[in-house]
Design a binder for this molecule. Structure first.
Ligand SMILES: [Zn+2]
Length: 329
């Protein structure tokens, strides 16, 4: 509230712009590319497993379906993505959010960029195109002609209410018009106090919980460590991710709680031609210890760029008591 609210007589021109609800993580000094591992082929120094966890909404979540419906009060509501009547966070949205963090804290390419950014960025940052020579984000999450080693299912809502929230119509002047001289970095929206406005959306209330399952095939321990860090589980640089729509007005803050990892153990014998994988479950302390080992490996292997990680952790710190813009920013 306060100085950034639209005044009674003021139009858009007189309105004072609010501080930007986002900031940038610098680009790394180079992109490191390597040969990927086939996800379906067992390899010795790699671990295959399945992460089971809970996503908790730290602010309301809105993931638009693109469909507008008539609500109870005969107002037009932008509806949320659903499967079988229940709201889900699509696996593709989760994958996108986690990937963008992995990209930001490692020597990875810029995969999804506007034409404006593509024109301004140095050529070596271009999306990886040779499937035998991929950056770590492309190896983990996929690239053209390569499936990637991580797949994430849609995460259904298991607890919490569906509500109608009213969000502000936001506008940033001159967006997409100016040409860019230099790419400022990777953009992330900060957490903060949720702003309200007049556009109704179908959202999940704060505290809503979703169940997620992530299949991880043939990753090195250091790559698992990079993944855990991207989920906000680095012991010294923790942060929370954002998901879905209305991020500038502080929707979509989420916490990834990792409950259990089923690790596939190969009981392969040199004397037999077959290899029977068996799952062992890691939970609680054993899980924490293994995650810590993986994060340490990621640091030893220099898979994590410390400076970039601390920039990101600063932008995505939670809680954050800043106010979100209600209009011009
Ligand atoms: Zn790449």
């Amino acid at each position: 509230m306060g100085q950034y609210q639209r005044g009674g007589s003021g139009g858009r021109q007189e309105e004072q712009a609010a501080p930007k609800p986002f900031a940038f993580v610098q680009l790394p000094s180079s992109v490191k590319r390597d040969r990927p591992t086939r996800h379906d082929r067992y390899q010795h120094n790699r671990t295959t497993g399945r992460i089971h966890g809970t996503i908790k909404a730290l602010s309301p979540i809105y993931i638009g379906s693109g469909i507008i419906d008539i609500g109870d009060d005969v107002e037009l509501i932008k509806t949320a993505v659903k499967t079988g009547g229940n709201i889900v966070i699509p696996g593709s949205s989760l994958k996108g959010a986690i990937r963008s963090v992995v990209e930001a804290i490692s020597e990875s390419c810029l995969s999804k960029v506007s034409t404006q950014v593509r024109r301004a960025m140095p050529r070596w940052f271009s999306e990886c195109r040779q499937k035998e020579n991929l950056c770590v984000a492309c190896r983990m999450f996929g690239a053209m002609g390569f499936q990637g080693n991580i797949s994430i299912q849609d995460a259904p809502r298991i607890e919490g209410d569906i509500v109608t929230k009213h969000v502000p119509e936001l506008y940033a002047p001159g967006r997409g018009q100016r040409s860019m001289r230099e790419v400022p970095g990777r953009k992330f929206y900060m957490h903060g106090e949720v702003a309200t406005g007049s556009t109704p959306v179908e959202a999940c209330e704060k505290e809503t919980q979703f169940r997620f399952v992530m299949q991880v095939d043939n990753l090195k321990q250091s790559e698992w460590g990079l993944l855990f860090t991207a989920l906000g589980h680095h012991p010294e640089h923790s942060f929370k991710l954002k998901i879905g729509g209305a991020k500038p007005v502080c929707f979509g803050s989420i916490d990834f709680q990792i409950d259990e990892i089923q690790v596939q153990q190969h009981t392969g014998s040199r004397y037999l031609n077959w290899d029977v994988p068996q799952d062992t479950s890691r939970t609680n302390e054993e899980l924490e210890t293994w995650m810590q080992t993986c994060v340490n490996d990621a640091e030893t292997d220099k898979l994590i760029q410390q400076e970039l990680l601390s920039q990101l952790a600063q932008i995505l710190k939670y809680p954050n008591d800043r106010n979100c813009p209600t209009g011009l920013y």
